[in-house]
Design a protein around this ligand. Sequence first.
Ligand SMILES: [Zn+2]
Ligand SMILES: [Zn+2]
Length: 584
Amino acid sequence: MGNVLIEPVDILKVTGLMGKTTDAGGKSHRDELVLVALGGLGEIGMNAYLYGFGPPKARKWLLVDLGITFPEGEFDPGVDVILPDLRFLIEERHALVGIVLTHAHEDHIGAVIDLWPKLEAPIYATPFTAGMLKAKAAEFGGRVKLPINVMPMGSRQNIGPFEIELVTMSHSIPEPSAIAIRTPAGLVLHSGDWKLDQTPYVGDPPNEARLAEIGREGVRALICDSTNAMREGRSPSELEIAQSLTEIVKKATKRVVVTSFSSNVARVKAVADAAVASGRTLVVAGRALHRVIEVARETGYLPVDLRYVDQQQFKYVNRNDVVLLCTGSQGEPRAAMARIADKEHPDIHLAKGDLVIFSSRTIPGNERSVGRIQNALVRMGCEVVTDAEALVHVTGHPRRDELRQMYQWIKPQVAVPMHGEARHINAHAELARAAGVPIVMPAYNGQMVRLSPDPVEIIDDVPVGRLFRDGRLIVPSDSGPVRNRRKLAIVGMVVVAIAMTRKGEVLCDPEIALDGVPEFDADGDEMFDIAADAVDGTLDSMPAKKLKEVEVVREAVRRSVRAAVFEAWGKKPVVKVLISVVDG
Ligand SMILES: [Zn+2]
Ligand SMILES: [Zn+2]
């Protein structure tokens, strides 16, 4: 790259690009194009990007993606998934004209089933993405009928004041699309998740010619994937992974097990092809894989006659004649891989000499659970192969050379790095500046960026946050039950139940229950007795008048039990005091 200019851009003072000034009351201020992320800027996950067009008080909104992120088990105990807090958009939902989905990964569509009822806008997606969403809705969201408009790859659609065009990309799932969003205030290219892979193994290669044409048309802003912005070079192709997997499977002498992200249809096909090439029978285990295979067959990404058998057949296939493809590459405790490693799978048992391939990358936060499973497999005598030992996985996101290529095609006036944590966004911003983008505008969730007209700047802050899916319910993350659960996970709890009359007489010995608290202190005294003594001591020492005041009794007992257990244990448990007052 010849003309490298790295200069910090003062984000609030960039001017002049569109040649229009925005003096107070000036007409050019009226129709603005803005972007605000409700998730995805500052994190990898929970993508939800909101584009707004119109005068500031009457904007129409287009939502691009509505995904989830996964909890870090110990910090968010009992949380299944994390969803974006859409309170801003819910207030504006009268102005929401549509929801466009770039591809079917959970971090882009995973919140649709839970949150669509609060938005009720039409959904636009390609056939595979729509198929995945419908299959999931049928399995989990029975009651919700989603109004999905299926858009062919590469097609165009008017949605309110936005004209959108899908541009075929490659990624690690079929039908990833970049979205060209045309408005009277300019054209935005929202890249979605992408890489440049001319041999993606399933589906079409990225439409590079169309990207270059869009660049020539003139792009106001490029909103682009930052996941691999810190990695030099280009990402390898899915074809190379398929070839490598075939070589490895051919050389194996005992059972072969491959675990991968279930939505990676190219990888499913690569494993199926490796089985055929080595004369082995393919066995598939895991519900998510069956769902993906079904949708991929319906949409033409896997052959209708793809040959595989169900997990129940595993035990009937000879040890050197089987390739098992299973879920659980991220260490998910209920998925097939974890149950196999723990010898708890009803149909699948491995033994010394079997080969297990993790055809995946361990997502940060899952290292420990994946490591635990790999250790269990090694102890069993299996050989474990990961992407550290062999070419068995490749990223779906652009490395730096691919990003540079994109900036060469698109030549945007404005760049906003997305789909990244702060360090990815920062690295991407520097790359964009070096690529000659005049205005580079790193932004984070909730910051509303005016993309057009000038000046490009952060014009507002909208409320954002996280919601937890906790069993069947969606609960707040900051004030909800999980906050208390974190505390309970560390200290345990003591419950005291007291029955009293209105006159303040204690009717019988209080009931005490301890949970998650040590049974004995260092001297061998029972913690139960320590708590009981504290309760009795408090009740005995309270003046008769005070004993008539339930709240006073409750608080005094709570404090004394907490103090006594702390004295013995060195930790303060949660103490709950229940008082039943009876007449008499
Ligand atoms: Zn993706
Ligand atoms: Zn993603």
